[in-house]
Design a protein around this ligand. Structure first.
Ligand code: GDP
Length: 147
């Protein structure tokens, strides 16, 4: 097991609906430690940069409009195997297919307004963390040196 960092976003739908506290409780129950947090109101172009991998897909316009429509809470979580464990805790992209008890089953509205983002691999986590928190990799490596 490896100590990892991952990037999560409580998306505008869940944040506006008042589910941030409930979702953070789930993080805490799973030993996902919040090591950085920012409340953001993304510009369209920031949302497009974050989701650049999806440019060209039919839902890209709608997704980036949604993500820049209202405040979202962006956090870096630290924990053992936190990348995969957060993905399990989130549930499937489409809440209709998400397992019972997952964050998306509990709080998502549909396949787009699906409550939460979580990095899907170490490489994407590194890109996404640096997108919102330039310099945090230095903090993590500094902590590692102190262990
Ligand atoms: P994730 O890793 O589970 O978040 O899913 P993806 O990386 O495949 O997609 C990124 C985000 O795009 C999802 O979380 C949804 O908000 C949105 N999305 C994905 N697939 C669809 C789709 O088929 N239609 C729409 N409208 N949005 C989608």
């Amino acid at each position: 097991m490896a100590l990892e960092l991952t990037l999560t976003i409580i998306k505008p739908d869940a944040f506006s609906a008042g589910h941030a506290g409930d979702i953070i409780k789930i993080f805490e129950a799973n030993q996902f430690k919040i090591v950085a947090a920012r409340l953001v109101n993304l510009t369209r172009s920031e949302a497009e940069g974050f989701y650049a991998i999806h440019r060209g897909k039919p839902f890209f316009e709608s997704l980036t409009a949604f993500m820049s429509s209202a405040p979202a809470l962006v956090m870096v979580l630290e924990g053992e195997n936190v990348i995969a464990r957060l993905r399990e805790t989130m549930g499937a992209t489409d809440p209709a297919r998400a397992a019972a008890g997952t964050i998306r089953k509990l709080y998502a509205q549909d396949i787009e307004r699906n409550a939460i983002h979580g990095s899907d691999a170490p490489e994407t986590a590194a890109f996404e963390i640096s997108y919102f928190f330039p310099g945090i990799e230095l903090l993590a490596s500094a902590r590692a040196k102190q262990l």
